[in-house]
Design a protein around this ligand. Structure first.
Ligand code: FAD
Length: 381
């Protein structure tokens, strides 16, 4: 038997675990999947949770049912890559022959006050806590820090769901600066229509209990601050001796194995995966293919075959603007914007399709099949 331990049951860890279970069934693979909570968190919908929406609950033991995967609830506290052991909070120790690391990222809390006074999307509970805080406000100001896609989606969602609150979006550059000019103009108009106050060129230096402090400016009052400006890998990866990049993500080779410890595979947001265009950034679009490829690499290695190199190219930047509007920027493989974009109801339908429940994908994987969209993003790149 080969003990395959998968850490993290988000989009990418669950993908890797199911694929590894299917692909190593005949070669004696025994897969254990560890996750902090018993529910599958749809991270890409956490802005909806923050706005007060109740999402469908997916118990993880049901998600992996029928695969032979042993699901263990527990929070990983320590990783010993020399002894090949993982210690969970509470002291339980799990050994492994091969490890797939899929613990995602946490908010980069380098700015003083973020950990103490800001809400973030590190887990489902934090998004629920923000919704509960907003429930207590009959009036007031919500500050969303960060003008990337997560910040823009959040500001729009909160403004639409809580029209009695003032929503202020603070960004260094223009909101959605990675999109093309026309898609950006569309999102500017949507934020304006929803009453979001956008302040660009703002560098936040401190978060206080009831305000944020911009560099060289007056305090901006805030009854609730949401921090979306950036993420980094969990400190436990680097602390274990795994080679990590400046953002704490595990550096992997073309087969998605750690460059320092080849028995460890890293996938999704937690991995620094190099492609011709540079290092990939965290999305489900890129993360699910990494989960799949790591499992295939692992299965090939167990069979004595040389794993294939991972190739990926982006296709789109999907952005919801509340529940009734959206804009989709189509991209080149390096994520730079193409001329084409989709807006309005067609974009809402598109966005709902691509961010829908991952269960249909997992059902296909359980049958040994790979979704067509993964082929289109990975083949021939
Ligand atoms: C609001 C928002 C909107 C987004 N929209 C999009 C989008 O439209 N399209 C897109 O492609 N991407 C989007 N993303 C990004 C996308 O959600 C991430 O890239 C994706 O979730 C990465 O998957 P992952 O499996 O690597 O990590 P995660 O989904 O974060 O999963 C990590 C798992 O590890 C578990 N875990 C963490 N620490 C521990 C520990 N110590 N012990 C045990 N378990 C632990 C967590 O509970 C979680 O289940 C969005 C993100 C956010 C926050």
């Amino acid at each position: 038997m080969t003990d395959i331990l998968v850490l993290g049951a988000g989009y990418t860890g669950t993908t890797a675990a199911i694929r590894a279970a299917v692909k190593t069934r005949r070669t004696g693979g025994r897969v254990t999947l560890v996750n902090a909570s018993t529910r599958f968190t749809e991270r890409l919908r956490l802005h909806q949770t923050a706005a007060g929406e109740r999402l469908t609950d997916y118990p993880l033991d049901e998600v992996v049912a029928g695969t032979g995967i042993d699901f263990v609830q527990g929070r990983v506290a320590r990783l010993d890559v020399e002894r090949r052991e993982v210690t969970l909070q509470g002291g339980r120790v799990l050994g492994y022959d091969k490890l797939v690391y899929a613990l995602g990222t946490v908010t980069d809390a380098a700015v003083p006050g973020v950990s103490e006074h800001a809400y973030a999307y590190d887990d489902y509970r934090q998004a629920v806590r923000l919704a509960e805080r907003l429930d207590t406000l009959e009036e007031g100001t919500v500050v969303v820090a960060g003008g990337g896609l997560t910040g823009v989606e959040s500001a729009a969602e909160l403004a639409e769901a809580r029209p009695h609150l003032r929503v202020v979006l603070l960004t260094r550059g223009r909101p959605g600066s990675m999109m093309g000019e026309q898609a950006r103009a569309y999102l500017d108009a949507a934020l304006d229509r929803l009453g979001v106050e956008v302040r660009s060129g703002v560098e936040i230096t401190k978060v206080l209990p009831d305000a944020v402090e911009p560099a060289g400016g007056e305090l901006i009052h805030s009854d609730a601050t949401l921090w979306t400006t950036g993420t980094r890998g969990l400190p436990l990866a680097e602390a274990s001796g795994l080679t990590a990049d400046a953002r704490g993500r595990i550096v992997v080779d073309s087969a998605l194995r750690s460059v320092s410890h080849p028995d460890v595979y890293a996938v999704g947001d937690a991995a620094a995966v190099s492609q011709r265009f540079g290092v990939m950034h965290g999305t489900c679009q890129g993360g699910i293919p990494t989960g799949l490829h790591a499992a295939d690499s692992l299965a090939d290695t167990l069979r004595g075959k040389t794993p294939k190199p991972f190739r990926f190219g982006y296709f789109h930047q999907p952005l919801s603007l509340g529940r009734k509007d959206a804009v989709i920027q189509f991209t080149r493989p390096d994520d730079s914007p193409r001329r084409w974009y989709l807006k309005g109801r067609a974009a809402v339908a598109y966005k709902e399709t691509v961010s829908g429940s991952p269960l249909p994908t997992y059902k296909l994987l359980k049958r040994g099949l790979v979704p067509a969209w993964v082929f289109s993003l990975t083949a021939g790149r």
